[in-house]
Design a protein around this ligand. Structure first.
Ligand SMILES: Nc1ncnc2c1ncn2[C@@H]1O[C@H](COP(=O)(O)OP(=O)(O)O)[C@@H](O)[C@H]1O
Ligand SMILES: N[C@@H](CCC(=O)OP(=O)(O)O)C(=O)O
Length: 382
């Protein structure tokens, strides 16, 4: 299937990730069964046209509130984790029954940040998803809320879906929600839909957080999600899942929702993994180091001016320039306390300062993902 993009390019669609927000499933007082049936029919039609679909389905907590008749009251985190355990089972049996009627199997995959941080579990999860798709099974993904503590939590499925899109090498990431897309001046008489976004920075100010208790993302996390996928070369769409025919409109190239276009570049598998790891800290670099990084050189201690956070060797950190501008993400060869000691110093001094010999790159260029600057990479190899 070929999708004409507003940029004039044509996108070949073999694999897509579609995220259904909590509000697609329930408002906690009723189940949106008719709408879900319609969306499932649209997914089935995509599959008939040869498009592999991965679903990211929110709503475990909302489903439990609906089923247990708990309505709108506030819950603690521990209570929400308990409710997720109830709702996830209900959610899956609900979807399994709908898909089985259409002679299609779905497979539950519950993920947390921990799975993405660790290269072994990341590759395992990726293999499982790829195998399911090859077997014609539709993966239905949610966060494993019942076990996710702050440390390993995504907290919203917008970003989880984005990381899954990067993991499975999707051609497009679609976030279906209860609104037509991203609005400028949302909630004012001047509000207007933004059809195409070419740089998240220009629209970030329009996003507002969602206040509701059971639907966690709001527009802020949808924009963060779009940044994750577009950095990896994957366009993202926010569209209204209550609009009949919405998937057909998107796949037919008709203007609906908001589409976020990537810089036109894509990144190799290893760098995709790096961009999926949780950031554990921050390095501020000087102008010279910034220029070197943008030319795909490694980061040396001499160019580092400040360290934030407490991180270990092998963790992922955000690298920012002198004005706080985000340059990219990288895996560090030193822990934060070591970088404190060697920042601004020449590589030859490291052994004396730390009392041991280590590689002289703080971040090797192969372990660095630059925002919007990456070269086309091959999709082969890990
Ligand atoms: N700039 C904006 N444009 C559109 N919607 C916005 C904007 N800022 C905040 N929102 C809110 O984001 C909501 C969608 O996010 P959310 O409630 O998390 O949905 P979902 O459960 O589908 O993920 C909309 O209903 C709207 O109230
Ligand atoms: N994982 C949670 C959903 C959290 C979430 O991101 O919700 P939403 O903003 O509606 O996509 C659940 O299943 O209840």
């Amino acid at each position: 299937m070929i999708l004409p993009l507003p940029s004039g390019e044509k996108l070949s669609l073999r694999r897509v990730v579609i995220k259904l927000g909590t509000k697609q499933i329930t408002d906690t007082r009723q189940l949106n069964e008719e709408n879900i049936e319609r969306l499932i029919d649209e997914v089935m039609r995509l599959r008939q046209q040869g498009v592999q679909c991965v679903l990211v389905v929110s709503g475990a907590i909302g489903m439990a509130r609906y089923a247990m008749g708990m309505g709108e009251r506030e819950f603690t985190l521990a209570e929400k984790q308990a409710l997720a355990g109830v709702g996830q089972g209900l959610l899956m049996s609900f979807f399994a029954e709908k898909f089985q009627k259409r002679k299609t199997w779905i497979g539950q995959v519950l993920l947390t940040h921990y799975i993405f941080d660790n290269r072994k579990t990341y590759l395992n999860a990726r293999n499982t998803l790829n195998t399911m798709l090859e077997m014609g099974i539709i993966p239905v993904i949610n966060e494993n809320d019942s076990v996710a503590t702050d440390e390993i939590q995504f907290g919203d499925n917008d970003r989880l879906g984005a990381y899954v899109s990067v993991m499975v090498g999707a051609d497009l990431y679609i976030m279906l929600t209860d609104i037509d897309g991203l609005y400028a001046y949302f909630g004012t008489p001047q509000q207007r839909l933004i059809p195409v976004v070419r740089g998240i920075q220009q629209v970030a100010r329009y996003a507002q957080k969602q206040q509701e208790n059971f639907s966690r993302g709001g527009m802020i996390t949808k924009l963060q999600a779009a940044k994750i996928t577009t950095t990896a070369g994957i366009p993202a769409v926010i569209a209204n899942g209550f609009r009949p025919g919405v998937l057909e409109e998107i796949f037919g190239g008709l203007q609906t929702g908001t589409i976020f276009l990537p810089s036109g570049k894509t990144i190799n598998y290893r760098k995709r993994w790096i961009s999926s790891k949780k950031m554990k800290g921050k390095l501020v670099v000087d102008q010279g180091a910034k220029q070197a990084l943008l030319k795909h050189k490694s980061l040396l201690a001499a160019g580092i001016v400040a360290v934030e956070g407490d991180f270990k060797e092998g963790d992922t950190v955000l690298v920012v320039g002198p004005e706080g501008e985000e340059i990219g993400l990288g895996i560090v060869n030193y822990e934060s306390r070591e970088i404190e000691k060697i920042k601004g110093r020449k590589s030859e001094e490291i052994a004396i300062l730390l009392g041991k010999n280590k590689v002289n790159t703080v971040i090797h260029c192969d372990n660095m993902v630059l925002y919007g600057e990456e070269e086309y990479g091959s999709y082969s190899g890990d």
